[in-house]
Design a protein around this ligand. Structure first.
Ligand code: DGL
Length: 240
């Protein structure tokens, strides 16, 4: 089975890693638009335009299904994306999971656009404390330490929530730093894990192909921290 996955940069690799864990033998085609990252501050029009270009690219690779491994696109423009290839958003399985859980006080962190969309609040019938963490994605993409900026964003959650949704797929990359600050007292929800559990994929032949709009040393170092398998990597300029 050929599976297309995309995000603004390395964030969706956390989803890919969860899929590989559960279904190691598939053909994965990943596109990371790191030249245009971050997506979290872009308008809906821009998000739609970029998503359409990426979906076009993945369709040319003949993928059987596409996973939108981006919380920002999933919560803002998913309904407007072309549906000729089967397409899954990354947030719905997490929303279902939280609705069916015993958690009552929910924490949510995400990008500006994800939090502004209020998509989680509209679809989850529980008390939500939400915070956009604007600086996180550029820091993560550039491999900068977040230790100094984490308290500013995370202090509102201490002793206030039973669980914290990592509403941006970049955030599992800094899971350790978040846990350190929260003294590991709040379970963190990785949307990729819940998505992988919700899917039923084949398991035949292994191939991991990664395409990024900009390839450099920082990118490779980031990929190697997340993807522990052998992969093919190529820089690609998207067509209009
Ligand atoms: N990883 C994406 C998300 O889940 C995009 C983050 C960004 O580029 O701002 O929202």
């Amino acid at each position: 089975m050929k599976i297309g996955i995309f995000d603004s940069g390395i964030g969706g690799l956390t989803v890919l890693a969860e899929l590989i864990k559960k279904y190691p033998n598939n053909k994965y085609y990943y596109f990371g638009d790191n030249i245009n990252a971050p997506y979290g501050t872009k308008s809906k029009e821009e998000l739609l335009k970029l998503s359409n270009k990426i979906i076009n690219f993945l369709n040319k690779k003949d993928v059987d299904l596409i996973i939108v491994a981006c919380g920002t696109i999933s919560s803002n423009v998913f309904d407007k994306l072309p549906k000729d290839t089967k397409i899954y958003d990354v947030i719905s399985p997490t929303i279902d999971y939280i609705n069916n859980s015993n958690y009552e006080n929910i924490g949510l962190i995400g990008t500006n656009m994800t939090i502004k969309s209020k998509t989680f609040e509209k679809r989850i019938n529980k008390k939500i404390i939400a915070r956009s963490c604007n600086d996180f994605v550029p820091y993560i993409e550039n491999e900068q330490s977040l230790t100094d900026i984490i308290p500013k964003y995370m202090n509102i959650f201490k002793d206030k929530v039973d669980v914290l949704i990592l509403g941006c797929t970049h955030y599992p990359i800094i899971e350790k730093e978040l846990n350190d600050y929260l003294d590991s007292k709040i379970p963190l929800i990785n949307m990729g894990t819940i998505l992988a559990d919700s899917l039923k994929l084949g398991n035949k032949e292994k191939q991991i192909r990664l395409y990024f709009s900009k390839v450099n040393h920082t990118l490779i170092s980031n990929i190697d921290k997340i993807i522990k398998e052998k992969y093919y990597l190529e820089e690609v300029v998207l067509e209009d």
